[in-house]
Design a protein around this ligand. Sequence first.
Ligand SMILES: Nc1ncnc2c1ncn2[C@@H]1O[C@H](COP(=O)(O)OP(=O)(O)OP(=O)(O)O)[C@@H](O)[C@H]1O
Ligand SMILES: [Mg+2]
Length: 264
Amino acid sequence: MTKIVAIANQKGGVAKTTTTIAKASLIGTQKTCLVVDLDSQANLTDGLGVREINDEQLTASNLFNPRQDPNSIVVSTRWGIDLIPSDIGLAQKEAELIAEPDSHFILKDQLGKLSQYDYVLLDCPPSLGRLTYSALTAAELILIPVQCQYFSAKGYKQLLNTIQAVQMRSNPSLEILGVLPTMSDTTNISKGALISLSKVEGVTVFAPVPKSVKFTESQLAGIPIDRYIRENHSIKESEELIERLILPYQAVVERLLALEIIYA
Ligand SMILES: Nc1ncnc2c1ncn2[C@@H]1O[C@H](COP(=O)(O)OP(=O)(O)OP(=O)(O)O)[C@@H](O)[C@H]1O
Ligand SMILES: [Mg+2]
């Protein structure tokens, strides 16, 4: 059965897209994986190196048309991961969806037609608007990347409240996979954020992903971070970087794969 995971946090720039790409690349070596770009900024599409979308190519806005076969929107990437790309049209589509009362169920129904994938990862935009609400309605699990540098307890609480609202109104089976602290360093701000996160009961906090320019470099190159490291560094350097930067993502993926065994 397909496992749908939303990567969400209404705060901008916390590494939602980076996390989606890193996880998808690791999952893709073992399982079939589709990633859905739910952000009109299209950073996920761009970060996977899908940069020349012709006028005929359907995108995530078409996914929200219940009559559109979602399989016709999927594009293959060079990394063995499939993608539903996005473009600026998704911003207009979201405005239209707000006017339709039950539109947050469309994504769930559409993803139900893509059951050939083991995993579907939903990269959410930086807001708690209709697109994020749709993703949380469709997902079984949510992973919350939190940037250690600018952690806001208020923003985090707001997100947990939204998750609760979704659980009550549209998706009782939504579960929090955990919080992934990102861009951690040795400053007191970063350490303080980790302490605050660990105080929230009942939510798993994964090991933090350290701050490194390699993430931005790989995104600019349109190559998933694990492959970027291997392609651009000596074996010795790669081993060190993989150990430091990829291991936290690997831990999240292993948790996901382990859940599959538990639920089977
Ligand atoms: N561990 C890291 N260390 C340093 N920079 C990082 C790290 N993770 C991500 N970044 C960089 O931070 C920036 C924001 O990351 P990303 O686009 O993944 O965030 P986002 O939450 O998806 O943003 P948005 O809310 O705009 O969608 C990018 O330039 C990315 O390369
Ligand atoms: Mg993003």
